[in-house]
Design a protein around this ligand. Structure first.
Ligand code: SAH
Length: 404
């Protein structure tokens, strides 16, 4: 990091994550067992499958529009969408209507997404902005697909066993994966505003937590910007920056109080609200439902917590999502909001336990791993309780499953 003087926390986060040379998003292998952190779709295929079935149900509730923009914000390794698309192969009308739009800032992750989704791609826009043509043969790269399958053997077993959906009764004979009709067009974009017009379903798992936050701190009788500054030994430290009044009415002025503001959420909801109806969005992330305050900036490297200032650009940096405020922000932007509810309740209502039971029966050798994965997703003391789900929708649409 250049010695530019004190940086606000959001600028510090942006530099650490997005710096074109040293930013975290330049790094390879950030997500997964061999990376820095693990996410729900990487733990169990049931997560993406349930969200795929959810999307097909929601699409029907929107009036089954065609075309449909199926958008994922921050798709990571593409695992969620891969499992989701496999789950909706039994709903060919949905696949025929859908085009897939991926919003991804990391070049290595765009490549991972391309590999993960290759067998679903009818046409593939360039994953990297500078590419004019998709590289020949890369979609069929066996090293790419087998590496992924090796990480989670039961996933491969299920791929081979084929797929059915329990949430939606099959509406036609099982689709043949080799037919073009089961494939979708896939395009990458820099931001939501680049996604072409039309009805949309937007999915975001652990995306909002990566959007930079500002931190305001009450000290010496006034609210100040919290900043990152150099200490006398050339290290980084938090310091009290300039006085500010922005947003401070939201919190009692108590010495040491910290208020976190994430403008990216307002910007995203404004972009969603600008689109014509119908639109439905699903946001899953970790953070409290009840209003909460305090410092939640955190850094993770190789599956361990580290000091957020100790490894700029080398550790993943995130902060909690304040779900109570998130729902208010969606409404203020002109959208309706359903939830939030815990991830355990969300997945439970979509049938996670039943789905796991069917998978276990079909793959008895993997039953232990399948059960452990789903338990991890719905455990009330783990991810099931920490992570929350919130749906947003155009105001003229009815409430979205399973928030009904
Ligand atoms: N949804 C995935 C990955 C979560 S990690 C999963 O559940 O496994 C966060 C993801 O968001 C990564 O893919 C990261 O590169 C991407 N990301 C973070 N901030 C972004 C931004 N501002 N624009 C686009 N992508 C972003």
């Amino acid at each position: 990091m250049a010695r530019e003087g004190p940086l606000s926390v959001d600028t510090y986060m942006r530099v650490c994550l997005a710096d074109p040379e040293h930013g975290y998003w330049r790094r390879q292998a950030t997500i997964g067992a061999d990376g820095d952190f693990i996410t729900a779709p990487e733990i169990s295929q049931v997560f993406g499958e349930l969200i795929g079935s959810w999307a097909a149900v929601v699409w029907r509730g929107m009036g089954a529009p065609a075309p449909l923009r199926l958008v994922e914000l921050g798709p990571g390794r593409g695992t969620l969408l891969r499992d989701a698309l496999r789950a909706v192969r039994s709903v060919p009308q949905f696949l025929a209507a859908a085009s897939v739009h991926l919003i991804e800032a990391s070049a290595p992750l765009r490549e991972a997404q391309r590999r993960a989704l290759a067998s679903f791609a009818r046409s593939c826009g360039p994953a990297q902005p500078q590419e004019l043509e998709p590289p020949a043969g890369r979609a069929a790269n066996p090293a790419g697909s087998s590496r992924h399958a090796k990480a989670t053997p039961h996933r491969q077993a299920w791929d081979e066993a084929g797929n059915d959906t329990f949430l939606l009764p099959p509406t036609s004979p099982r689709a043949d994966p080799s037919r073009d009709g089961d494939r979708v067009a896939i395009a990458w974009h820099e931001a939501m505003r680049e996604v072409p017009e039309g009805p949309a379903i937007v999915i975001a798992n652990e995306f909002l937590d990566a959007l930079p936050i500002r931190q305001l701190m009450f000290a010496d009788g006034a609210w100040h910007e919290r900043v990152v500054d150099w200490d006398a030994h050339g290290g980084l430290r938090f310091a009290v920056g300039p006085v500010t009044t922005l947003g401070t009415h939201m919190l009692e002025p108590v010495p040491g109080a910290i208020l976190e503001l994430r403008a990216g959420e307002e910007e995203l909801f404004a972009a969603l609200a600008r689109r014509a109806s119908p639109l439905v969005g699903l946001f899953i992330d970790y953070g409290p439902i009840e209003p909460a305050t305090g410092d939640t900036l955190q850094a993770v490297q190789a599956h361990a917590w580290v000091d957020p200032l100790s490894r700029p650009g080398r550790a993943d940096l995130t902060a909690h999502v304040a779900f109570a405020r998130l729902a208010d922000k969606a409404r203020a932007a002109g959208l309706a909001a359903d939830g939030p509810m815990t991830q355990a309740e969300f997945l439970g209502r979509l049938g996670a336990v039943e789905r796991a039971a069917r998978l276990m029966a079909a793959n008895p050798n993997e039953a232990g791993a399948i059960e452990a994965g789903v338990k991890r997703l719905i455990s009330p003391t783990g991810m099931g309780g920490l992570c929350k789900a919130l749906a947003v929708r155009s105001r003229d649409l009815p409430r979205v499953v399973p928030f009904t």
